[in-house]
Write a protein that binds this ligand. Structure first.
Ligand code: PBG
Length: 334
């Protein structure tokens, strides 16, 4: 004899999953266009457009062709574009001198973007790797070790050149000790009190940056060398909290974890511990993986793109740097 109640579960979580309206009603996290930062690669010259083989859909563009992309970002409501320069070989040297040239590519592009589209946030990378003949982010001593304090002095000059060109956010991605404090003091000294710093605080020595190094043309300079003497060990997570604590104390306005998807645990720990604006970078290798699988028909492009970006929000990120930014914004708008 069966009772109408006995064997049935008391809680049925599937009730709320049954219909789209309840799924939407109880959804905890969502991706908005306001969460997106779009990284772009910029070249010298006019009318130049080069595909990046390992990053389908990503191009290196000269300023004239970048302007319509910036306009598209404005139209889509993407808050910030992040600039990465492709520097020609003749301008690279041991010290990355071109990085602090006030008439160099990055300051020139920043001035043009801020003039044409003042409402679009512009962010620039502070690190020497696109500018050095050895492809490292800092200066080398006689043994090839990356010098810290000497590098910081050069980074300060680079950040000042960017700030003087009118950039909104400087983003030191070099992982030298003390660079956030040094840059913050220099910015204040020169009256750049509004320049925001987004610190690449927990940046790991990751193999997922490969396609980016192709894109900016530092891969060949770097050769077989790695960045393990300054970028973080992928085995560490407490250390990420110490890095973030230092950067906040030194004056960072926003912090970042990089790469993204393989490091969502770190994003969550940073957000829980500090409750500051926290960003994640879905890096070139992550983009390449998803693009390659989608191109083979193994994954649904739009579905994995949106799921991967939502995962950053669920992990506690306030925003994501992603090469998918425009595609995702277009889907959100629909
Ligand atoms: C430069 C820099 C790198 C990335 C952003 N800034 C490369 C590196 O550290 O070697 C990687 C971004 C990506 O892979 O998409 N310091």
């Amino acid at each position: 004899m069966s009772t109408p109640y006995a064997p049935y579960p008391l809680g049925r979580p599937r009730r709320l999953r049954r219909d789209d309206f309840t799924r939407r009603l109880v959804r905890e996290h969502a991706l908005s266009v306001n969460d997106l930062i779009y990284p772009v690669f910029v070249l010298e010259g006019q009318g130049r457009r080069e595909a990046v083989a390992s990053m389908p859909g990503v191009e290196r563009l000269s300023l004239d062709l970048l302007l319509p992309v910036a306009e598209d970002c404005v139209r889509l409501g993407i808050p910030v574009m992040a600039l990465f320069p492709v520097i020609r070989a003749e301008l690279k040297d041991e010290r990355g001198s071109e990085a602090s040239n006030p008439e160099g590519l990055v300051p020139t592009v920043v001035r043009a973007l801020k003039k044409e589209f003042p409402q679009l946030g512009v962010m620039t990378d502070v690190a020497l790797d696109p500018y050095t003949s050895h492809g490292q982010d800092g200066l080398l001593d006689a043994t090839g070790y990356i010098l810290n304090d000497e590098t910081v002095e050069v980074l300060v000059e680079q950040a000042l050149a960017q700030a003087e060109a009118g950039v909104d956010i400087v983003a030191p991605s070099d992982m030298m000790d003390g660079r956030i404090g040094a840059i913050r003091r220099a910015l204040e000294d020169r009256g750049h009190v509004h320049t925001r710093i987004m610190a690449y605080s927990a940046k790991y020595a990751s193999a997922f940056y490969g396609p980016f190094r192709d894109a900016v043309g530092s891969a060949a300079n770097l050769g077989k060398a790695d960045k393990k003497v300054y970028q973080m060990d992928p085995g560490n997570s407490d250390e990420a909290l110490r890095e973030v604590a230092l950067d906040i104390a030194e004056g960072a306005d926003m912090v970042m974890v990089k790469p993204g998807m393989p490091y969502l645990d770190v994003v969550r720990r940073v957000k829980d511990e500090f409750r500051v604006p926290t960003f994640a970078y879905q890096v070139s290798g992550e983009y390449a993986m998803l693009k390659a699988a989608a191109a083979n028909g193994w994954l649904d492009h739009d579905a994995v793109m949106m799921e991967s970006l939502l995962a950053f929000k669920r992990a506690g990120a306030d925003g994501v740097l992603t090469y998918f930014a425009r595609d995702a914004a277009r889907l959100i708008q629909k």
